[in-house]
Design a protein around this ligand. Sequence first.
Ligand SMILES: Cc1cc2nc3c(=O)[nH]c(=O)nc-3n(C[C@H](O)[C@H](O)[C@H](O)COP(=O)(O)OP(=O)(O)OC[C@H]3O[C@@H](n4cnc5c(N)ncnc54)[C@H](O)[C@@H]3O)c2cc1C
Length: 402
Amino acid sequence: MTFDLPPAPHHFSPEHEAFRATVRSFAEHEIAPFAAEWDEAGTFPRSLYKKAAALGLLGMGYPEEYGGTPADTMFSIIAAEELARAGTGGVQASLGTLHIGLPPVIALGSAELKARVVPPVLRGEKIAALAITEPGGGSDVAALRTRAVRASGAEGNHYVVNGEKTFITSGLRADYLTVAVRTDPDSRGANGISLLLVEGDTPGLERTELKKTGWWASDTAHLRFENCRVPAANLLGGPDRVEGEGFRAIMQNFNHERLVMAASAVGYAQACTEEALAWARERKTFGRALAEHQVIRHKLVDMVQRVEVAREFVHALGWRLIHQSGMNEQLQAALVARTCMAKIQATQAMAFCASEAVQILGGMGYMRGTKSERLYREVKVMVIGGGSEEVLKDLAARQVGL
Ligand SMILES: Cc1cc2nc3c(=O)[nH]c(=O)nc-3n(C[C@H](O)[C@H](O)[C@H](O)COP(=O)(O)OP(=O)(O)OC[C@H]3O[C@@H](n4cnc5c(N)ncnc54)[C@H](O)[C@@H]3O)c2cc1C
């Protein structure tokens, strides 16, 4: 007996399903068995990037000329959901930082920069990350203060970067950091923001590890830029190579990140539910399996119901984003609003399922090593990162004209 339903065929093709089977097997064999060990170690082997690349997980959706494979949004949703079932957000977040670091490079980088930077990242040889958040605040991106001043010298045109970034995933290991900077000192808001690709070994870049509640297997860093010289050719300025393109690119990047976070949250919620279900069938109290006690049965039904609602929302949204994006401005705004809502819905489902799973596992749920314990620690970052629940509700309201 299972609660699981097969994915709805109107959203997924046979190619999608073949990809799902591949990612599920990868998560089951290459990640899940090591999740607890890597969490305790606070890291995981760099070789995992190459294994993920070999499956096409890193190159999915990127142009073929840089080593990518064309893939629609449903592939990203499948990858996120299936990787999440391994129950370790730290590994998944680290493996995925290229998907937030590279898109602005693809959209706004010069041909030379893309040819140099993108292929080794898609092959899993180099790591890319995105650095937006600053100690002064993350939600209010337009208020960022890291400065990049254009200068020229013996080594050619470059920017001198000064400032700080914080909470940056893969910040320690990254070879390439897509960094949001203020290139126009006179502009206080969104207009003066640009993105620069900063190489990890740039002199003057100091990286410090941060300790955190969950996602232990991922590295999270504080970055300090002190007179870092970054070649002007690393400006992500579009075909006209202009400054001030950053804010729009950051916002577009966020939409995809939020959809992927929603799909991941569905997978984490499912992982907790499956663990609790298996435990409830095995564990006996008062002469009966836990699953036979009505209170526990109802908890399990509540969990499955929430996973199902969130999953259907994310899948339907993925389909809409493929087929209805760009039709007109109003519809586009409505889809941005739905993306915010999908992340909220899915992370709420995850929070509920992680909490109930720990409760059903009892003392075992409080012990390190179970998926539920780990995901219970990890859920808050899903609600805060990539746009917090409060900020996303506000954004959704603005998009629909409230
Ligand atoms: C483990 C981890 C990994 C991360 N990885 C990255 C990364 O790779 N790159 C990166 O750039 N950032 C990263 N972040 C940062 C993350 O995106 C920010 O933490 C998030 O955007 C919130 O910003 P903040 O922490 O500065 O909180 P703040 O913006 O200071 O907000 C604090 C609280 O106030 C609420 N709030 C803020 N404004 C409003 C408002 N107008 N109305 C109502 N409530 C409001 C927020 O919802 C939140 O609850 C990461 C964070 C964590 C914890």
